[in-house]
Design a protein. Structure first.
Length: 285
């Protein structure tokens, strides 16, 4: 442990407790991301000058339906993605645990696929532009990522590799020890607060980049461009942070300097670059 390392703050993962009912920060983070994202999407739709032909791709009242589709995509895709991409063997032995979402275990890459399916279903059902709907959702996703990564930090999960940097954190305190039967899963080593790096890059920085594109560069007039920049931007940000984030233990795709998170992000980066190229070429079909 480096002498400069900071102790993990004593933050209770439970935000509100009312008798037998408990509400955790993790759940509130998902709620905040979805609700604030919903409000932001409505705001983008209200600014008709941002869209091709000066016309928003869907009516504001349709956003409520879109929120439902996205919520299902995030929850179902995120959970099934975690099961299939990170712990398939464990859940094959205990399949009922797949339903225990309150115990944690969500994958962003799985949620992304789930949301892609949800957006496709929404666009077809409502006869609206698939590409503009993807752009709309992509512009708001970093909001949810920001809150989600802060929740990861509060839960003392998905920590970074051991380090001696001045801002290193020891993810261990009395509360964590009690919760985990006398031990700290991250040990007593000083580690990178990789959750905060991801909150900054995947959340704040990516949101600002997309905001400049939508409002300064009028990128929403080129359907697919915002979605492409989001995909490639997230893939790059995630891959960078994976270099200092502790890899998922025992994963078959942890190959030398590569981790499962990096490998899963490469298709995102490539798909995003394809979307950008397609949008710049003016393809609309």
């Amino acid at each position: 442990m480096t002498p400069l390392a900071m102790a993990f703050p004593d933050i209770d993962p439970v935000a509100v407790s009312l008798g037998p009912v408990t509400i955790k920060w993790y759940g509130l983070a998902y709620l905040a991301g979805l609700v604030i994202g919903w409000l932001y999407v409505r705001r983008l739709l209200a600014e008709s000058g941002l869209w091709p032909g000066g016309r928003a791709p869907l009516a504001p009242e349709k956003v409520d339906d879109l929120l439902l589709y996205m919520t299902l995509g995030v929850v179902l895709g995120g959970r099934l993605g975690y099961v299939l991409l990170y712990e398939p063997g464990a859940y094959l032995e205990r399949p009922l645990e797949i339903l225990a979402v309150w115990k944690g275990g969500m994958s962003f890459h799985g949620a992304l696929v789930g949301c892609g399916v949800a957006i496709l279903a929404f666009a077809r059902r409502n006869s609206v532009s698939l590409w503009s709907t993807m752009d709309l959702c992509a512009a708001a996703v970093p909001i949810g990522l920001f809150f989600g990564r802060l929740a990861n930090f509060i839960n003392a999960e998905l920590w970074g590799r051991s380090t001696d940097v001045a801002w290193a954190i020891v993810f261990c305190n009395e509360r964590i020890t009690r919760t985990h039967l006398g031990r700290c899963p991250a040990g007593t080593e000083a580690r990178h607060p990789s959750q905060l790096y991801e909150a900054a890059l995947e959340g704040l920085v990516l949101f600002l980049v997309l905001r400049v594109l939508t409002h300064r560069r009028k990128a929403l007039k080129s359907p697919g461009l915002v979605a492409g920049v989001f995909l490639s931007g997230y893939g790059l940000a995630r891959a960078l942070v994976e270099l200092v984030r502790e890899p998922h233990p025992g994963h078959a795709l942890n190959l030398g300097p590569l981790t499962a998170g990096i490998i899963y992000s490469i298709p995102m980066l490539l798909l995003g670059l394809y979307f950008v190229r397609r949008a710049r070429a003016g393809t609309t079909s």
